[in-house]
Ligand binder design. Structure first.
Ligand code: AMP
Length: 273
């Protein structure tokens, strides 16, 4: 595995490679969720590129940019063992210049839900993903369904900007007790981690209500909120795969999204039904 910090060097090396390139962008502190993305990319591509970059433009002022978990040495070992060919670990200066053009997230779907609690976040995400895709020029890029709105916006950007890449969604990986894996879970105390289990419990309840034929969104989200209480709820909603609010669940076209604060830690989860 080669560890590269220069964008031009990585471009030069990848240009010489034969075969398809699978790309997994991450912010590091790698866990089983990231590893699943890497494994998926290995199934379908010849060369595997992983990036680790804690992207400053997607953090709002006062968010956890400074304290975001950084585990470079452990991450390098994980990637090596996973059979990654190139690990791209650039500095912020390597990726961003001064006063430069940015991708602007769409005015509606980029500013609802996660985009409403974190205005501007998705412009930062889309800008860095555009840069990384231009550097790596992969055949396929892998993103988790756990960040459903992010995945939707990246798929939309790839279409809108006629990017020559296949965006591949990957199912959410969970702990055995149901909590979705996230680099931010390390912020949780033991007691908070227990509280956080209300999130998968609420989603499981939604699934069982739907199985019983209850499709009214209001009814489903009201019951979910009871399970989530007393956690601070940012949103519990049902949207279509196209991120439009739905009054009724449509099997095969709905995503049930939850965002709560556990202490000061923002946790996201969802199920696709
Ligand atoms: P992050 O390092 O948190 O920016 O995540 C990098 C990629 O891993 C994103 O595409 C995430 O959606 C994905 N990811 C994060 N957590 C999980 C998980 N528990 N299961 C599957 N994919 C995940």
């Amino acid at each position: 595995m080669q560890i590269i910090s220069s964008a031009s060097k990585l471009k030069e090396l990848l240009r010489k490679e034969q075969g398809s390139i699978g790309f997994v962008p991450t912010m590091g502190a790698l866990h089983e969720g990231h590893l699943t993305l890497i494994k998926e990319s290995k199934k379908h591509n010849d060369i595997i590129v992983v990036s680790i970059f804690v992207n400053p433009t997607q953090f709002l002022k006062g968010e956890d940019l400074e304290k975001y978990p950084r585990r470079d040495e452990a991450d390098k070992k994980i990637c090596e063992i996973a059979g990654v060919d190139y690990l791209f670990m650039p500095s912020a200066e390597e990726i961003y210049g001064d006063d430069e053009p940015m991708i602007q997230a769409p005015q509606v779907r980029g500013y609802i839900l996660e985009g409403a609690t974190r205005p501007g976040h998705f412009s930062g995400v889309l800008s860095v993903v555009m840069k990384l895709l231009n550097i790596v020029d992969p055949s396929r890029a892998y993103f988790g369904k756990k960040d459903a709105q992010q995945l939707f916006l990246i798929e939309q950007m790839a279409r809108s900007y006629f990017l020559d890449v296949e965006i591949v969604p990957v199912d959410t990986v969970r702990e055995s007790d149901g909590l979705a894996l996230s680099s931010r879970n390390v912020y949780l105390s033991d007691a908070q981690r227990q509280e956080a289990l209300k999130i998968p419990a609420s989603l499981n309840l939604a699934r069982s209500l739907i199985t019983q034929g209850i499709l009214d969104t209001e009814e489903i989200t009201t019951q979910m909120k009871k399970v989530l209480s007393p956690l601070q709820i940012e949103y519990v909603v049902v949207v279509s795969r196209n991120f439009e609010y739905q009054k009724r669940v449509e099997i095969g076209n709905s995503i049930i999204l939850v965002e709560v604060l556990v202490g000061t830690t923002r946790l996201l989860d969802n199920i696709w039904v």
